[in-house]
Design a protein around this ligand. Structure first.
Ligand SMILES: [Zn+2]
Length: 399
């Protein structure tokens, strides 16, 4: 019994010794690994953290040269990305090409190197070479991202048929429908056909646009344009007017076409019909563009007093700086004395600085604003994000 107790006293010492040995082994292991990592890695990291990408690249290049086995794969990928971000495309291309020459790459590593190389070509503006590699990545792990890049290339090059195919592939992969964008591509094709005078082809593209998106306002505008070109005026009016039921928020985009159609009519009765039509649109779906069309048409043949009454009625319902300006223009024309004319001109001068801040269409996604309406926002490159209503009250007066 005495001997067993003595042994028990030794147990803590044994465990201490085992722990000490284990710790020594770990430390040795760590030291070995740390020696394997060149100091330049840490220098590179340090430069990256200090937002010094150029110095980081130099440090990593030295590290990569020292370490040419497969362990440096990630380092090469990181370097390639850094070069690309710095705009040094030829160096990025060189790195990714040299990676692709390694026979030991796994399938996934090879595809990753291909994807990176294709991105280098894309950013460098070598679109044909980028396109070819992105196409090869079909079915690969990077397919989704490759399709995104491919779509960007086709949109840049206005290859709308290819863009439609890629969008459909993307829809199948991500299950996120992009029918609006596909309808826009068909409209682009239709527009090209109209410019070439191939109206039948244009109509066919538009039918595809409607199949994708029944509420595609642009397709109705173009379909109406085709009918108008073929001298089917009533049909054109009816097609443009059908935007009211399919995409009411965009009806204003048709107003200018309708106004021009009636302004050129010989018969006063027809022009009056035009004003009534536009006024009914304005009643149902008010928009600054529709009222501007009413005003322009009224000014072209109605008595000044009548036009003034129309503007005043509109301002009563929807105060607008643009219409106030129209009213002043008409009142100046109708002034009974020189003094009255001068007073009105002074008021007009007062509102001019604010008027310059009106009449813009604005993208609801990025805020880009322009006096022209764009189906694809030049700011964020998104389709149909621009509101079809111009701002008719100067910013700052909206509150
Ligand atoms: Zn935008």
């Amino acid at each position: 019994m005495h001997i067993e107790l003595w042994w028990l006293l030794l147990i803590p010492a044994v465990f201490f010794t085992l722990g000490w040995v284990a710790a020594r082994i770990d430390i040795r292991q760590l030291l070995t690994e740390a020696r394997e990592l060149p100091r330049t890695y840490f220098e590179g990291l340090n430069h990256l953290l200090n937002d010094e990408p150029e110095k980081a690249i130099n440090a990593f290049m030295v590290a990569a040269d020292k370490d040419k086995d497969s362990k440096s794969l990630d380092l090469h990928f990181a370097l390639g990305t850094l070069f690309r971000r710095q705009g040094e495309f030829s160096r990025a291309i060189r790195i990714h090409k040299s990676l692709l020459e390694r026979p030991s790459l796994t399938k996934e590593e090879r595809e990753r190197a291909q994807f990176e190389l294709a991105q280098d070509f894309h950013r460098a503006g070598l679109l044909d070479r980028a396109e070819k590699i992105f196409q090869e990545l079909e079915g690969a792990k990077f397919e989704g991202r490759a399709l995104n890049d491919l779509l960007e290339i086709y949109e840049t090059e206005k290859k709308w048929t290819e863009a439609i195919r890629v969008r459909k592939q993307m829809d199948d992969l991500a299950k996120t429908p992009s029918f609006k964008e596909i309808a826009q591509y068909y409209c682009e094709l239709a527009q090209e056909a109209i410019v070439e005078g191939n109206l039948d082809a244009a109509r066919e593209h538009l039918e595809h646009a409607f199949e994708e998106h029944r509420g595609c306002a642009r397709a109705y505008l173009l379909k109406g344009d085709i009918a108008f070109t073929r001298n089917f005026t009533d049909k054109a009016l009816s097609i443009w007017g059908s935007i009211a039921s399919h995409a009411p928020g965009s009806l204003g985009l048709a107003a200018d076409r309708v106004m021009k159609l009636f302004r050129d009519c010989e018969s006063e009765e027809q022009r009056l019909h035009g004003i009534r039509l536009l006024a009914s649109w304005q009643q149902e779906h008010p928009s600054p563009d529709i009222f501007t069309a009413v005003f322009e048409l009224s000014r072209s043949f109605e008595p000044v007093e009548k036009t003034i009454r129309r503007i005043k009625d509109e301002i009563d319902k929807r105060p607008s700086l643009i219409n106030l300006n129209h009213l002043l223009d008409m009142q100046i024309l109708n002034a009974q004395s020189q003094a009255e004319q001068q007073n009105l001109a002074q008021v007009k001068e007062l509102i001019t600085p604010y008027l310059k801040k009106t009449g813009f269409y604005r993208c609801s996604y990025c805020g880009f604003r322009s006096r022209n309406y764009y189906w694809r926002c030049p700011g964020c490159q998104k389709w149909e994000t621009t509101n079809a209503h111009r701002n008719d009250i100067s910013e700052g007066f909206n509150h």
